[in-house]
Design a protein around this ligand. Sequence first.
Ligand code: G3P
Ligand code: CA
Length: 262
Amino acid sequence: VLTAARAPGRDDVAVIAHRGSSGIAPENTLAAVHAAVRQGADMVENDIHRTADGELVVVHDATLSRTTDVEQVFPDRAPWRVGDLTLAEIRRLDAGSWFAEEFAGERVPTLQEWLDAVGTRSGMLLEVKAPALYPGIEHQLDQVLRSLPHHEESTRAGRMVVQSFDHGWLRRYAELAPEMTVGALFAARPGVEDIAAAAGWAHQVNPGLEVLDEATVTAVHDHGLAINVWTVDDGRAMRRARAWGVDGIITNYPQVLLDLGT
Ligand code: G3P
Ligand code: CA
């Protein structure tokens, strides 16, 4: 059974910081990564897009409006897509002030900076957000991850996971990087056929909390896969998911989950 979301030595649920500890720091910034590592999260989750000049960056939306001051800095560049601005332009943006003044000056990190900030201090759950927008991104990601000094150790331990809602793309990536743990994201409840299909090429099935039930957890485990649920911020929902046997809980508030104890 592939329980890749688990940190070695833990037999309880893995604590996965969603976009970093994004409940207490601006999502997907290095401040959010540092908070997650400090709190002792088992893994840090992120979202990956690509700039106009081909750099991989960590940001959730395909546009920069919600989480930066891009509309003030570049008023004539609507609709402010990540893929329409260069890295140098994106580096000028403030990715922290929208969240709280104390985070003014946080930047949109490159994937490399994000990877360096996590290092081996925590596991990594990397989400490629909209691969259809970025042809060839699977090769680029593969190259970046392979060049990490801890690549072999992290992949072997299941501490580096790539996930996506785009299963066709993820399957291609998995063929390219057979040593990597891959997770199929589901927004709708995965039926037994979906789980069986995923078992042919993936290691994890990662559904949203709204569609999670105990039967799904059991079905995923019966197919030899691990299951991580997103995004769970409420202690009662965490307890329920844990009782159903999920392998990992993806949360904006890792401390809430850690405080529940085992
Ligand atoms: O880790 C899964 C979860 O992050 C998927 O939803 O929109 O937060 O990327 P989203
Ligand atoms: Ca995500």
